[in-house]
Design a protein around this ligand. Structure first.
Ligand SMILES: Nc1nc2c(c(=O)[nH]1)N[C@H]1C(S)=C(S)[C@@H](COP(=O)(O)OP(=O)(O)OC[C@H]3O[C@@H](n4cnc5c(=O)[nH]c(N)nc54)[C@H](O)[C@@H]3O)O[C@H]1N2
Ligand SMILES: Nc1nc2c(c(=O)[nH]1)N[C@H]1C(S)=C(S)[C@@H](COP(=O)(O)OP(=O)(O)OC[C@H]3O[C@@H](n4cnc5c(=O)[nH]c(N)nc54)[C@H](O)[C@@H]3O)O[C@H]1N2
Ligand SMILES: [Mo]
Length: 638
């Protein structure tokens, strides 16, 4: 138990990657926090992050291992839990070899130690798992098509060399708060903040300029802008020098019809021209890609075309004209610690659950870590059933989540300030920090690695997850490419992709066919169906809203035109439904005059929203949540 100030880093999957100091005050039995000195340039926790400290003694927190009984879960000892899990893993090996045991991990915590969670499954010879993630795979794929990697533009570089930002559906006021002060600084230096959106958001209200597109329309708009830059000979001088296929690209762009591009992007010529002028007069403009724009079947094409536009506007030639999406917050994780298992079978993220039932060799056990797929993955309702159908499933989490409730065994994990040493990087900034336990966990909670340590001992494996944690710690402490700016905080000088001499681009030579982009689902009646767009919100991260009051009715934003067409007004109580969930979910209409016809927007993270989404796969193993369609009906009891 530490009464010293120690470093704590928010574990949330959020670009903030916020860091502050915390200590345990015995007299008040409270965790106290304080911000690091301002000039270090690291943000303190926001209200979402600070909730971790008050959640510590929340009544919903799991305190003992739980085993599913006939009617409900009942507490068992750790040794019994490990015996059951170890026996199930052995049975899995007998039935299907190493592939008989499945491992699924998602975005609940971004601490480095989470990369070690598959170690025990690996030591058993391998496992079945998922490939891709719920978040960024499609966008990353488009950027890899273009640059062979996901380019990194460190925040400091934007601050020093940038001027204006164009946010391609990046809702920074809600979801990337740490970019707001940076944008403020650029604004003070004369920069302009632009946003492209499909609806009203706090970022649209905050921005200096905003333009509307239709869902999935950005790639067409970006192609139109490339077309105009080439035709008007206003592309940045020398833009083609780092482009492997510049001639073919120019030929392809010249073959495109301007009018078709604008109509597929859902933007008028006048608006598009105003964006074009703004791009030239506000230069240098840094392009910031949001995650919403890549949740489509052509998500990879979306980011690829924005990348092409950035290249034509001088991304390689002039500092500050680059593009940012996310970056690998675990880039410095010592991957030498983990050997690739000899046997591994991967199913695309969205298809993983469906594949489990049909896999041959069969899957006998499933371990779920830092993940709540029943709530957060597309087709969540079916996932619940897929988990229940398995002979054995175990979920490590801090509460009895929608997913945990479907498992045979539920194991109580710790909070980040109850275990260590551990490390945390960020996909927003370039700091790393080392954290340690500040106080012991409540009840019988154990850290994820300590839980796995119990299984490996029971199985008699020599590989120790806790020993791996300590090796990871030593390897990171030995690094010489990080500057210590505080006893446990390090500044890493990340390479700026845009300034490396070897960086090059391969620009896109295709666009999706616009109407519709691709027929994703069999439509019931297209004029009555709305594309369902689910958006991240300011109050909580992803599905982690268990300590907030559940909204009985979700806000459903509709265009003025659609509301009129369906006879609805603001405040109308409706249900959103489709063939996957005919009973639907309850909501209240909000009319958004900025929206176009044919889609609705609702918050993600509601307990049943993904009962309406389809488990489709986009190139790069992406998850195109926004290719799901719903209908609206006036609410009456179902
Ligand atoms: N419809 C729709 N669905 C979406 C999205 C969308 O836009 N629309 N967004 C998607 C995106 S971008 C993402 S990233 C995913 C995120 O979805 P998930 O990857 O499921 O992430 P979270 O909901 O943040 O957390 C999952 C669980 O991890 C647990 N957890 C936290 N810390 C720890 C820990 O240290 N150990 C263990 N064992 N568990 C821990 C939390 O309590 C939580 O229950 O959701 C996706 N789902
Ligand atoms: N407060 C908070 N912060 C978060 C999170 C959170 O849940 N809450 N989650 C974290 C995670 S895991 C992620 S992935 C990020 C997500 O961060 P964002 O990228 O900001 O979030 P999204 O809600 O996925 O999409 C952003 C916006 O894209 C718009 N949009 C949808 N389709 C299109 C399109 O085709 N074109 C354009 N131009 N816009 C479109 C939506 O209307 C939405 O407002 O935020 C991270 N930060
Ligand atoms: Mo995400």
């Amino acid at each position: 138990m530490s009464q010293e100030w120690k470093i704590a880093a928010c574990p949330h999957d959020c670009p903030g990657g916020c860091i502050m100091e915390a200590r345990y005050d015995v007299s008040s039995d409270r965790l106290q926090t304080r911000r690091l000195e301002k000039d270090l340039g690291v943000d303190g926790f926001c209200p979402k992050g600070l909730r971790w400290f008050t959640r510590r003694n929340h009544p919903s927190r799991l305190l003992t291992p739980l085993l599913r009984g006939e009617e409900s879960f009942y507490p068992i000892s750790w040794q019994r839990a490990w015996d059951l899990w170890a026996a199930a893993l052995e049975k899995g090996l007998q039935r299907g070899g190493p592939l008989g045991n499945a491992f699924y991990r998602s975005a609940g915590s971004l601490y480095f130690s989470k990369n070690l969670l598959a170690a025990v499954h690996g030591a058993l010879g391998g496992y079945t798992t998922s490939i891709g993630n719920l978040c960024s795979s499609a966008g990353n794929q488009g950027l890899r098509n273009c640059f062979s990697q996901v380019p990194v533009l460190p925040r400091e570089e934007i601050l020093q060399k940038g001027r204006s930002l164009l946010l391609w559906g990046k809702n920074i006021v809600e979801n990337h708060r740490s970019l707001v002060p940076l944008a403020g600084e650029l604004r003070r230096r004369g920069g302009s903040m632009g946003v492209l959106e499909i609806r009203s958001t706090p970022t649209v209200s905050w921005a200096d300029r905003s333009w509307s597109v239709i869902p999935g329309g950005d790639c067409f708009l970006a192609a139109w802008l490339c077309h105009k830059l080439l035709r008007e000979k206003e592309a940045f001088p020398g833009w083609f020098q780092r482009v492997a296929n510049a001639e073919e690209f120019v030929t392809f762009v010249e073959s495109l019809q301007e009018g078709e591009l604008l109509s597929a992007g859902g933007i008028s010529r006048e608006e598009a021209c105003s964006l074009y002028e703004w791009l030239l007069e506000s230069a240098p403009v840094t392009h910031c890609l949001g995650y919403g724009i890549q949740r489509y079947l052509h998500g990879e094409t979306q980011s690829w075309w924005v990348a092409a536009l950035a290249v034509l506007l001088g991304a390689f030639e002039a500092p500050g004209r680059g593009l940012v999406f996310g970056k690998n917050e675990m880039a410095l994780f010592p991957s030498s610690l983990l050997e690739e298992p000899s046997s591994k079978r991967s199913f695309p993220e969205s298809q993983f659950w469906h594949a489990l039932a049909q896999a041959s060799p069969p899957v006998h056990t499933l371990g779920i870590f830092c993940a709540n797929p029943v709530k957060q993955a597309p087709g969540g309702g079916d996932i619940a059933q897929a988990i229940r159908n398995l002979p054995f499933s175990v979920c490590l989490d801090v509460t009895l989540t929608e997913t945990a409730r479907c498992c045979s065994l539920v194991l109580p994990s710790t909070f980040f300030f109850e275990e260590g040493p551990d490390w945390r990087g960020s996909y927003g900034h370039s700091f790393l920090c080392r954290t340690e336990a500040i106080l012991p966990p409540p009840g019988e909670c154990l850290g994820d690695l300590a839980i796995l340590e119990g299984v490996r001992k029971t199985l008699g494996l020599s590989l120790s997850p806790e020993a791996l944690r300590h090796s990871m710690d030593s390897l990171l402490l030995e690094r010489t490419d990080m500057e210590k700016i505080h006893p446990s905080v390090y500044a890493w000088r990340e390479q700026n992709f845009w300034e490396e001499s070897s960086s090059f681009a391969k620009l896109p030579l295709r666009l999706p066919s616009p109407h519709p982009f691709e027929e994703p689902v069999k439509r019931l009646n297209s004029s009555e169906e709305l594309r369902l767009i689910t958006c991240h919100v300011g109050e909580y991260i992803n599905g982690q809203n268990w300590d907030l009051p559940e909204q009985e009715r979700i806000p459903i934003s509709l265009s003025t035109e659609d509301a009129k067409r369906f006879g609805l007004s603001s405040g109308s109580r409706v249900r959103l439904w489709n063939s996957k969930n005919p009973c639907g979910i309850s909501g209240e209409v909000l009319i958004d005059p900025r929206m176009g016809s044919g889609y609705c927007a609702v918050p993600q993270g509601g307990s049943r929203i993904n009962s309406l989404t389809d488990p489709l796969v986009s190139p790069g193993y992406g998850v195109p949540f926004s290719e799901s369609f719903v209908r609206v009906r006036i609410e009456k009891e179902c």
